[in-house]
Design a protein around this ligand. Structure first.
Ligand code: ATP
Length: 588
């Protein structure tokens, strides 16, 4: 397939943010795409080469790309840098630059999607001392044969700056229309996506086998399943109102969610955002297979840091020390954990997703042989407020965050946040009712004791409709000196020259970051704001929502991707909830 077709679709899609138009462009593109390249097209549309969980990163630096442009065009590096500074995006600047190309290639070949994809793949796989030169060679060979517009998109993919704003849902709408002629079939595609976390694979199946193939789609061991999430409730009362008068209550442990895929001695671990985190937990890989009495399973657990002497649970931050590339053996000894299972999703070749909660729990209890390291999360069946209250107290005393409440007769709903699982945390009972997970988009330099570090962070919530990060508050309290050092270190890798196009903020920051890092904050209130962009125009025209008196809780949520941050929808629900409480109080 000619790459020009894809570049043309990219160009059209870049010019709109409207979901319907984007869908239409996608459908047109998919209809022109041969079956064998559909998965590649789907990955490239998302600026990727493979599904996220495979962790394949292109990682090409701007400097290298500039050298490659210069090599293939004969244009001096200085001139390229000047153009780049003008536009702030090397991909876009390269169109202008390459139109002034002084060197012409006589044997220009049409480039195909396959060739671009394979070359990018080779670049991603390169390692070692000669890799920079090889990368440059591959890039300039592609640029030699590309038209200026094609080159600009190749560069955007390489640099990770291709932002088409196509959410996964839009992509699935378009796949359903193109290959089943009915948008309603999106639901089935969604199911396949939820159990495989691989949109390219879903596209391949629907393009080659249609709806029938999608209906037969099965869980594959070692392909992560998108996690089921919980709604929050503020009180025992509210839980009973939503769940009836008999349901399960489990401790809500404060650790890292881990999805374990196990076959014999082979163990792969995925995080909540489906990153492969196997290397951080060699102790799980070593010990868990001995505790599991099954051939092939997918289990879910919370890995929690513990005090080895007392067995007490320690706060989530302790696990941060495990997130390192080197000397992991030392960290394993220094920061011991226990693995606390709470669900089973797949057992000896069969999906367990359709089983009721109580059947899954029974199976879990049957196959996990408990010891000091591996346990099932404490669970009890509750039928009234007092029982919930009592179990909540026990859980808090054991160092947990609160309770997870689960309906007994419901299946596992992969990839969705629903009311079959509820979370009841102690802090939900006061003030805002909940903490928020927000994305760090910018920062302001510190003064006094904070000189040389960031004193205040600019945070954003996630607008999942537009795939944008909307400013919601500045936060400057709640940081210890250690937090400030750690944040400075993590954030220095994410600094950008210009504001990332996915950031929506009127407020100017001293530094802008790639929207990647998620932190947890609490606040006293959500207020209307003329400056901030969260849920802009949703409650009132030209007005957004902002947090009042936000405070960092000390939690850097490394296990969350930016797209897992609190959404504007959640912020609006909290805003409306607090209005309702105020209203109810006035009536009392
Ligand atoms: P939070 O910020 O409250 O951890 P979240 O957005 O990560 O929430 P939710 O589904 O809202 O995810 O809350 C459930 C989270 O709590 C899970 O992701 C998991 O990490 C953790 N957890 C702790 N104990 C349990 C349990 N017993 N059952 C399910 N999840 C649990």
């Amino acid at each position: 397939m000619e790459f020009a077709i894809l570049a043309d679709a990219f160009r059209k899609m870049e010019s709109t943010r409207k979901r319907l138009e984007l869908t239409q462009y996608l459908v047109e593109l998919f209809e022109k795409t041969p079956q064998e390249v559909i998965s590649k097209i789907v990955y490239l549309l998302q600026g990727k080469l493979r599904p996220d969980f495979e962790g394949i990163e292109l990682g090409v630096a701007e400097k290298l790309a500039i050298r490659a442009i210069s090599k293939s065009s004969g244009i001096p590096i200085k001139k390229i840098e000047t153009e780049y500074r003008k536009s702030g995006d090397l991909g876009s600047a390269s169109t202008v630059i390459l139109e002034q190309k002084t060197q012409t290639t006589f044997l220009m070949e049409d480039i195909t999607v396959e060739r671009v994809y394979e070359t990018l793949f080779k670049i991603a796989k390169l390692e070692g001392s000669r890799s920079q030169d090889m990368k440059m060679k591959y890039i300039s060979s592609l640029l030699n044969d590309a038209t200026p517009i094609e080159a600009s998109f190749i560069l955007k993919i390489l640099l990770g700056t291709l932002r088409l704003g196509v959410a996964e849902n839009t992509m699935m709408d378009a796949l359903a229309i193109a290959f089943t002629s009915n948008k309603e079939n999106r639901k089935q595609l969604e199911h396949s996506y939820n159990v495989s976390s691989d949109l390219g694979k879903v596209a391949e199946v629907v393009a080659s086998k249609g709806l029938e193939g999608i209906e037969k789609f099965e869980i594959n061991l070692f392909n992560p399943i998108r996690p089921m999430l919980a709604d929050r409730v503020k009180s025992e009362d509210e839980a009973i109102e939503k769940m009836g008068n008999k349901f399960a209550a489990e401790y809500k442990l404060d650790g890292e969610r881990v999805q374990l895929h196990i076959e014999g001695e082979r163990v792969i671990l995925f995080s909540r955002s489906l990153e492969n985190i196997t290397s951080y937990y060699p102790d799980i890989v070593e010990k868990i297979p001995k505790s599991i009495q099954a051939e092939k399973v997918i289990l879910e657990a919370e890995a929690v840091a513990i005090n080895e002497n007392s067995g007490e649970f320690l706060p989530f931050q302790e696990l941060m020390h495990r997130r390192r590339k080197y000397k992991i053996e030392k960290a394993v000894l220094q920061y011991p954990i226990s693995v606390n299972f709470f669900d089973i999703l797949y057992h000896n070749g069969k999906s367990c997703l359709e089983l009721e909660y109580q059947e899954r729990r029974k199976l879990l209890e049957k196959i996990v042989k408990e010891d000091e390291f591996a346990k099932n999360i404490p669970m009890t069946i509750v039928t009234n407020e007092n029982e919930i209250e009592e179990f909540l107290e026990n859980s808090i005393n054991a160092g947990c965050e609160g309770l997870m409440l689960k309906m007994l007769d419901k299946p596992y709903q992969a990839g969705s946040r629903g009311s079959h699982w509820l979370k009841l945390k102690r802090e939900y009972r006061n003030e805002l009712g909940d903490s928020l997970d927000l994305v760090v988009i910018g920062a302001f330099f510190g003064k006094g004791r904070r000189t040389g570090r960031y004193g205040t962070l600019l945070l954003a919530s996630y607008d999942d409709d537009q795939d944008m990060f909307t400013s919601i508050c500045k936060v400057g309290t709640g940081f210890t000196d250690e937090d400030l050092d750690q944040l400075y270190q993590i954030l220095s890798d994410k600094v950008t020259i210009k504001k990332n196009p996915r950031i929506d903020s009127e407020m100017e920051a001293d530094v802008w970051f790639e929207p990647e890092l998620v932190v947890e904050v609490v606040a006293s209130e959500i207020t209307l704001s003329p400056i901030h962009k969260a849920a802009r125009d949703q409650i009132r025209k030209n007005t957004g929502l902002a947090l009042r008196f936000p405070k960092f809780t000390g939690k850097i949520r490394v296990e969350k991707a930016a797209e897992d941050a609190s959404t504007n929808e959640e912020v609006m629900t909290l805003y409306k909830g607090q209005k309702k409480v105020a209203h109810d109080k006035n009536l009392m």
